[in-house]
Write a protein that binds this ligand. Sequence first.
Ligand SMILES: Nc1ncnc2c1ncn2[C@@H]1O[C@H](COP(=O)(O)OP(=O)(O)OP(=O)(O)O)[C@@H](O)[C@H]1O
Ligand SMILES: [Mg+2]
Length: 240
Amino acid sequence: MTTPATDHQSATATATDQPGGLRLNDVTLTLGDGDTAVTALDHVGLSVAAGEFVAVVGPSGSGKSSLLAVACGLQRPTSGTVHIAGTELTALSDRQRTATRLRHIGFVFQQSNLLASLTVKEQLLLPLHIDGRLDTAARTRADELIEAVGLTHRAGSRPHQLSGGERQRAGLARALMTSPAVLLVDEPTSALDRVRSAEAVRLIAEQTHQRGTATVMVTHDTAIMDAADRVYEMVDGRLS
Ligand SMILES: Nc1ncnc2c1ncn2[C@@H]1O[C@H](COP(=O)(O)OP(=O)(O)OP(=O)(O)O)[C@@H](O)[C@H]1O
Ligand SMILES: [Mg+2]
């Protein structure tokens, strides 16, 4: 469990001025059209400072994954703006947005989204390889993260050789690999037992506080949301 430090709280007030933070301003997302249109996000505002760990809870279908999809630029909001690491994500071209995502954002998907043909270690090294930053330090960090999620004995395994929980832990290690400015985590512990859940969340909190990451974690798990500095509730696309 993490006690929110005073400097994190004071940092919250100035989140918008911080280069590392995440800010969603009056974001609305409408999906589908006509009679089947759904307001997945309804005028959502959220500021997360560098080094701050925010949890979002809410029922299924309330818009939690949509929030993360908009925050990382995978989904363009219908209206409103998203700022990440000092850049207005919503003002960038698709190509620029992809580059920003690769460099500044770590994403742990609700389904682990590992590449079928790569081993656990290769999954971690791939983003750095693409970005031309694969060096000895990166390989060492990959080994450390694989150990931190308890997968050292599975480092050479491919996704089909892993359990659901092992895939989830590999996805978490991969997201932490680039020490992203912003970390977005969707139900990171749904396939994990209590001990592994606690370990995974401790790792997320540690990364957030030590490396000054702005972290948003979506979860149903009330036990793990205690680790967060702030907790929001999402209901019908509204955040409170
Ligand atoms: N492509 C789409 N077209 C239309 N509606 C969609 C689309 N994708 C999601 N929705 C709807 O948007 C709403 C929010 O979905 P979202 O996936 O963000 O919920 P969630 O809170 O993450 O749910 P869960 O806890 O089940 O993962 C839901 O009502 C969903 O049915
Ligand atoms: Mg979801």
